[in-house]
Design a protein. Structure first.
Length: 315
């Protein structure tokens, strides 16, 4: 695997690198050194070669990027094992520090995802959300992520985004901002498709005023992002499903969830959404499923139950 990548880097260097400028090392020499280092070389030597390519040679960006990604690939395994061993908050913060150091060498979706996992266990919800969003943006970047993750990996990432988004909506009054690609294009976690994999249901953290069908400020922000995402996908036919927490009677919660679903439909219709919209009120029947409920207080879990889901309908 590494031999193929290094051979590719050599070919790329030969193609892109021109004459070395005054005082700069020729890129081909750097790549030769890289090819000769091998897996047995200490990571300090790999880093030295990376810095030489980055700062002291005429290597173009793709060559530097490739070397950086191989350093990340080599180090992610040990860092992941350190995370899997668990430990106290101090140990988790040490893992996150190692991940932050690896980010100096480039962007990799697995690195961002693992940073999200660490931040989630540290109860740093905004930090976890940003990391998972970064991972999603990288998954959809076919240049930086040439080999797509498996379907199970994509689904786990989307599940983590759902969880952190509904929790973060409670602590981010301006709403849950969406990630963007290097070119500035938004990558929406409300899209039904991610890198060729489609799921029929997406969760939108549209928060409502307690016991009412009126969106909060952050709820309106999430609604606008969801509307733009739906429009970008061709305004498909959808079902809007409302949910509530278990506080109150089952009948009351069913009516409230239906009112909230209708409020979302009305807001979409007011913006001229052309796709067919049906509404469903589930009440308290389908609470949000946390992978690790112990990370959150009862109030946070209840707030997460008060959510809206969009379900793609057959056309």
């Amino acid at each position: 695997m590494r031999a193929e990548a290094a051979a590719g880097a050599l070919a790329l260097a030969s193609l892109l690198a021109g004459r070395a400028g005054a005082g700069l090392i020729d890129c081909a020499a750097v790549v030769d050194r890289w090819n000769g280092a091998g897996m047995a070389a200490p990571v300090a030597e790999w880093i030295e070669i990376y810095e030489q390519a980055h700062y002291d040679s005429d290597c173009e960006g793709p060559v530097v990027e490739r070397i950086g990604l191989e350093i990340i690939g080599r180090e992610l395994g040990p860092v992941r094992r350190a995370y899997d061993r668990g430990g106290d908050e101090h140990a988790l913060r040490a893992v996150r520090d190692r991940l932050d150091a690896l980010q100096e060498f480039g962007s990799h979706w697995r690195l961002s995802f693992l940073r999200g996992e660490v931040s989630r266990r540290l109860r740093d919800v905004p930090g976890a959300l940003r990391a998972y969003q970064d991972a999603l943006a990288l998954v959809d970047d076919e240049e930086l992520t040439a080999v797509a993750p498996t379907r199970d990996e994509v689904l786990l990432l989307r599940d983590r985004l759902d969880e952190t988004a509904v929790v973060a909506a409670q602590v981010l009054p301006s709403g849950v901002a969406l990630p963007a690609t290097r070119s500035g294009e938004l990558i929406s976690q409300y899209s039904f498709a991610t890198r060729g994999f489609t799921r029929k249901k997406v969760l939108v953290p549209i928060q409502f005023v307690y016991a009412k069908d009126v969106m909060t400020e952050s709820g309106r922000a999430s609604f606008r992002d969801a509307y733009e995402t739906l429009s970008a996908q061709g305004s498909p036919a959808i079902a809007v499903i409302g949910h509530t927490d278990p506080v109150g009677s089952a009948e009351y919660n069913r009516r409230l969830s239906l009112d909230r679903a209708n409020a979302v439909r009305s807001a979409l219709t007011a913006l001229g959404y052309p796709g067919a919209i049906t509404v469903v009120g589930k009440g308290e029947d389908e609470p949000f499923r946390f992978d690790d409920p112990g990370l959150y207080s009862l109030e946070v879990r209840h707030q997460a139950h008060r959510r809206v889901e969009l379900v793609l309908q057959e056309s």
